[in-house]
Structures are given as C-alpha cells and as structure tokens.
Write a protein that binds this ligand. Structure first.
Ligand code: GRF
Length: 203
C-alpha cells in the first residue's frame, strides 16, 4: 500500500469536521492521515478532539503577530516541519495572506456551509433563511485568495424546511459536512482531483 498523504487540519473552534476527518482516516484504506492540527485559539474545543486521538497540535495565536504575513509564516513553518502535503481548513476563522495561499495552491482546501457561490461569508444559515431558498448545502473547494471562492471539489445539497431555525438548519448541514469533507479529502489525496490552471480537474 502507498504511504498515506500527510494532512494537517486548521481549526479555530469546535472541531466537528476535524473529528469526521480523523474518523475517516482511521480506515487503513483511506489515502490520507491527519498528522497535525493547527489552531489559532488556545481555548478551542477542537484541540481536545485532536489530543484525544493522539494527534499533535500547534497553537499559534494570531494575536501574537503584527501582520497576517507573520502569522501565516508561522503556520507555514509548522506545516513544513510536520512534512504536510495537504492542508484542510475546518472552521479556521482567519483570512490568509496571498503568499500563503499561493504557496499551498492546489493543496489547500476548505469547507463552507452553503452551496457556493451562494451565501459566502459569515452568518451563512441566517443568510439562507433570510433569502427563503428551499435548498442549501455545503461545499469543499480549493482555496484561492478571494474568500469562499475557488474551484469546487464536492458539494452536498440539504433541504431547508419551512420550520427551520438557524439551529436546526445548521445541524442538518453539519451532518452533510461530516460526510462530504472526508469524501473530498479522499479525492484529493488519491489524485482523483487536482487544481490546474485555476480549475478543478477530475481524473
Ligand atoms: C462548519 O460549519 C464549517 O463549514 C465552517 O465552520 C464550521 C466549523 O465547524 N467553515 P466545526 O469546527 O468543524 O465543528
């Protein structure tokens, strides 16, 4: 069997997508392994998720840096030291410098809780409810400099019910996220999708 692709997950909070990725990677046949979790918030519950699974963590508080570049350089260093090949962002609440995104282009992916390009940014489920759409979902995409943009790797659709609140809708979308992110990482780690000339190309 080929060696698993060394993967890092960047988080800022709860870490439920991280947990889903760790669970998927436990399967010996899964092509990626989670070798590092980087977090910018010392009190993030997701750090315990990583530690409970014996995965090394690095806390890099953005507050300790004067510039986005300086913060990203530390993240980059941590990723290189751990010999990471793929970076998954899962609720990481900082915007990266262009240099960082370019350096990891094609190997840096993110999950967003809507069917992009609709409903970018924050308070996504409230945006969805306000717009009155009947279907929403989640998206895993290659990261580019523009936030919540970038070639799409995978999406899952989720119905919006007339009785939905932000809480019920986000819980339903989150379940879909936990299925979608491991599938998307599987595709990338297996070489079944790659970024080429700004487009996602599927093998
Ligand atoms: C998820 O909804 C993800 O799509 C968004 O932030 C949330 C992170 O949740 N980017 P968790 O920390 O993975 O539980």
């Amino acid at each position: 069997m080929n060696a698993k692709v060394r993967t890092a997950v960047l988080i800022s909070g709860r870490g439920s997508n991280l947990a889903a990725l760790i669970e998927a990677a436990r399967d010996p046949a899964y092509p990626a392994s989670i070798v590092l979790v980087v977090c910018n918030v010392e009190s993030a519950p997701g750090l315990a998720v990583a530690r409970d699974s014996g995965i090394p963590t690095r806390v890099i508080p953005h507050t300790e840096f004067d510039s986005r570049e300086g913060f990203d350089d530390q993240i980059d260093l941590a990723l290189r030291v751990a010999e990471v090949a793929i970076v998954c962002e899962a609720g990481f609440m900082r915007i990266h410098s262009d240099a960082f995104v370019r350096r990891w282009e094609g190997r840096l992916i993110n999950i967003h809780p809507s069917l992009l390009p609709a409903f970018k940014g924050i308070r996504v489920h409230q945006q969805v409810l306000d717009a009155g759409v009947r279907v929403t979902g989640c998206t895993v995409h290659f990261m580019v400099s523009e936030v919540d943009s970038g070639p799409i790797i995978a999406q899952a659709a989720v119905p919006v019910l007339p009785t939905d609140t932000k809480a019920t809708l986000s819980a339903r979308v989150l379940e879909a996220e936990h299925r979608l992110y491991p599938e998307a990482l599987h595709l990338l780690a297996d070489g079944k999708v790659r970024l080429e000339a700004g487009k996602a190309v599927f093998a």
